[in-house]
Design a protein around this ligand. Structure first.
Ligand code: SF4
Length: 409
């Protein structure tokens, strides 16, 4: 119990699985005592996942181009068309990286890139079908609404046509990238050329309706208010309400009724290096942790909540496991976009498992759709591959165009 009856009531209702309003979420975010907030969020996690399992993933982010016409102010990765450091990887290089990732146990690739002025739907069709033909076992969890709008615009086709074509070509899931901040004021301030938050939601809704599920993200710390953070998750929850009300299902999921629409919510903190927003305040650790807990209480309709150890650090990532988080995300065999802006935290398979176990949770390796591939109940169950390590580079910078994951001996 806290000293505030109203906060107690909201926390109790949320912990019991009841819905809270955006106004109530804001009150919890700004005023609820930290331990009570965390306890309520963890109660929800325990009810959803009574097996006490916390999952992780092995995947690789592969960037096909850094050329982009959208020039978001927070982005340290892109280069304008015709810039001398702009590049686009040929298919052979992308396939080489996929093969290397599979060798290290990856089950997923996240193909990410800029809005290249020449990349229409056909480019993405050949990208996804090329990967699927070579490696049918890899789940392609990639791109976001911005890329879908861009390719549709390049070719003059509808959003739905673009989605149906790239899905048929092999896209398994849409990454929640490009959400940043969905409300108009902060979005215009950091990404004036990007689609509106409403358009981002519209693309996700069309994808969900067509059996393509996704994740949703949020980038905190570029000067948005607490109320705008809550408005961001309000927009995502409303979109998910539509998916639930209409029974939108991921066509690849046969077993769970929970995984249509958004499968997971992943907030992360803005990184301030090498971009045009330098000097803005990052979200503080407490703001991040409190938001994690509020997200678990607010999203009564989204199954999974992921901690971002890459941007917040491993200690904070582990602490988030006590605030309602059930997933620690990926080892990230390769990441270049956020690390270009200053995220330097690295980890490896053993460490991620250790972080989960020492938080008194049971670690499990999962795939894109949260199927458990291995549950490590004791240390005897742990994998032994020392090569599964994070690699971060800034390939937007000259001279780093290849990234071998395993040392050539
Ligand atoms: S965040 Fe994406 S859309 Fe924005 S500039 Fe960077 S690559 Fe382009």
């Amino acid at each position: 119990m806290t000293a505030n009856r109203e906060i107690d009531d909201i926390l109790q209702r949320a912990a019991d699985g009841g819905r809270i309003t955006p106004e109530e979420a804001l009150l919890l975010y700004t005023d609820a005592p930290f331990h009570a907030l965390g306890e309520a969020a963890d109660t929800v996690r325990r009810r959803r996942y009574p097996d006490n399992v916390v999952t992780y993933l092995i995947d690789r982010n592969i960037n096909y181009t850094n050329v982009c016409v959208t020039a978001c102010k927070f982005c340290a990765f892109f280069r304008a068309p015709k810039h001398k450091d702009g590049w686009a990887h040929p298919m052979e290089e992308i396939l080489r990286r996929c093969g290397e990732a599979i060798d290290l146990g990856a089950t997923q690739v996240m193909l990410q890139g800029g809005h290249h002025p020449e990349f229409g739907v056909a480019y993405y069709e050949s990208l996804f079908s090329g990967v699927k033909e070579a490696y049918p076992q890899l789940m392609i969890h990639s791109i976001g609404p911005s890329e879908i709008l861009h390719m549709a615009k390049v070719d003059g086709v509808s959003i739905e046509e673009a989605i149906l074509r790239i899905k048929a070509a092999g896209l398994d899931s849409i990454a929640g990238a490009g959400a940043e901040m969905l409300p108009e004021r902060p979005r215009k301030a950091i990404a004036p050329l990007k689609e509106s938050g409403e358009r981002w939601i519209e693309v996700m809704t069309i994808a969900h309706r067509n059996g393509l599920s996704s994740t949703a993200t949020m980038m905190m710390g570029t000067g948005e208010t607490h109320a705008e953070r809550i408005e961001h998750i309000r927009m995502i929850r409303d979109c998910q309400d539509l998916a639930v009300a209409n029974g939108y299902q991921d066509t690849a999921v046969e077993t769970s009724h929970e995984l249509g629409g958004f499968r997971a919510f992943i907030p992360w903190t803005y990184q301030p290096e090498n971009n045009h927003l330098k000097g803005r305040t990052q979200a503080t650790t407490m703001e991040y942790l409190r938001f994690i807990a509020v997200s678990r209480l607010f999203f009564d309709n989204i199954a999974h909540l992921q901690a971002s150890w890459l941007t917040t650090g491993k200690d904070v990532g582990q602490l988030a496991l006590h605030l309602g988080v059930d997933d620690l995300g990926s080892i990230m065999l390769e990441e270049n976009v956020i690390s270009s802006a200053g995220a330097r935290h690295r980890s490896n398979l053993h460490e991620l498992i250790w972080m989960i176990r020492t938080a008194d949770r049971i670690p499990a390796w999962r795939d894109t759709l949260y199927n458990h591939l291995a549950v490590h109940r004791t240390e005897a169950d742990d994998p032994t591959d020392d090569r599964v390590v994070s690699h971060f580079s800034s390939i937007a910078m000259p001279g780093k165009k290849t990234l071998p994951l395993v040392d050539a001996k």
